[in-house]
Ligand binder design. Structure first.
Ligand SMILES: CC(C)(COP(=O)(O)OP(=O)(O)OC[C@H]1O[C@@H](n2cnc3c(N)ncnc32)[C@H](O)[C@@H]1OP(=O)(O)O)[C@@H](O)C(=O)NCCC(=O)NCCS
Length: 311
């Protein structure tokens, strides 16, 4: 096995490796589109741009059998983080156990030179070889992207769902923002009323609909659904996929079917708006959200993170 940089001549082979990994992912997750990012050209461009950021290929007898890019550096949780996006790596089927340790070690050296002490790797959910390697290296999952088709959710019909104006959501959204910074999630979200109002307006301006269930004239659960926002759901860009941008049910009302009724209404909205599927991104430390989404969606991308000691 020989390691060398991916260049203009080998970038096409890298893009083809990713396309084959995507085809394998679709076997476990049939609601994914035929091609990520809207088509082969967009995928090639994406892989080519990552190849310029430090990208190592593993070659066996001249044939590319795996690649991994050092991707981006960004500030995250008080550290410099190195991020390898989901299109930044792939391995030939059956060769992952062999090539990923070599490729990660090479990318790890680049990240160490850059001073990146947090390593973040996005990967296809059914890439078992990489999943196991990351776990052994001390990575843990932080975020998951999940997708489903637009068949009915099969929730009970006892909860009425109405499309509402965002001005009704200030109170419940303030509670929603505080929910994430508490244990066990510990993810900071803006809680200032102005920031909350701006966040809701941004979702509305993106063309999303707000759907809610009421008790005593107050919304006790809501969700937002519409066109996808960047940068979430990278692989579903240009694929006519709707995104669930937010969902929250106030604690006393949970586990009585309100979330299911909201999701059913969101799926109906997406179908009537002409979308072909719907996806959601969530923090895995959000245990109630994770369990709920896992019941109704299939995970297709995991984000894993590791903190290393650079001395
Ligand atoms: C996710 C959420 C919207 C679901 O709303 P809900 O009204 O509780 O959903 P439903 O009653 O329709 O469905 C509940 C099902 O979800 C799963 N679930 C939800 N919370 C769970 C938990 N804490 N543990 C295990 N399973 C859970 C179970 O399958 C559960 O079914 P069960 O009660 O029969 O076991 C709600 O839990 C919530 O607001 N959580 C906090 C905010 C959040 O996570 N938002 C999503 C952000 S990405």
């Amino acid at each position: 096995m020989r390691l060398s940089e991916i260049n203009e001549e080998t970038v096409e082979a890298a893009s083809n490796l990713f396309a084959r990994a995507w085809a394998a992912e679709r076997v476990s997750c049939p609601s994914l589109p035929d091609y990520p990012l809207g088509g082969p050209d967009a995928l090639r461009q994406e892989v080519a741009s990552l190849a310029q950021r430090g990208c190592i290929g593993a070659f066996d007898g001249g044939r590319l059998v795996g690649y991994m890019s050092a991707g981006f550096t960004f500030p995250f949780k008080g550290h410099r983080a190195g991020l390898c996006p989901v299109t930044g790596h792939a391995a030939e089927a059956g060769r992952g156990n062999e090539v990923y340790p070599l490729l990660y070690a090479a990318v790890g050296r680049i990240w160490a030179e850059r001073g990146d002490a947090l390593h973040v790797i996005e990967h296809l959910a059914h890439d078992r070889a990489l999943d196991r390697l990351l776990y052994e290296l001390g990575f843990g999952m932080i975020v998951c992207e999940r997708v489903r088709g637009l068949s009915a959710v099969g929730s009970s019909r006892e909860h009425e769902v109405a499309r509402i104006d965002l001005t009704l959501l200030g109170g419940i959204e303030a509670e929603h923002s505080r929910y994430y910074s508490a244990s066990p999630i510990f993810v900071h979200k803006e809680t200032h009323p102005d920031a909350i109002a701006a966040g809701l307006r941004e979702i509305e301006d993106a063309g999303c609909a707000f759907l809610a269930c009421f008790r005593g004239g107050e919304p006790v659960g809501y969700c937002a659904v519409g066109p996808q926002s960047h940068p979430e759901g990278l692989l579903l860009r240009n694929t006519n996929s709707a995104q669930l941008r937010a969902a929250y049910v106030r604690e006393p009302y949970r586990r009585s079917g309100i979330g299911g009724a909201l999701l059913d209404a969101a799926v109906t909205h997406a179908r009537e708006a002409g979308f072909e599927r719907i996806f959601v991104e969530h923090e895995t430390a959000n245990l109630s959200g994770s369990a709920f989404w896992a019941r109704h969606f299939t995970g297709y991308v995991h984000f894993s993170m590791r903190h290393v000691d650079l001395g």
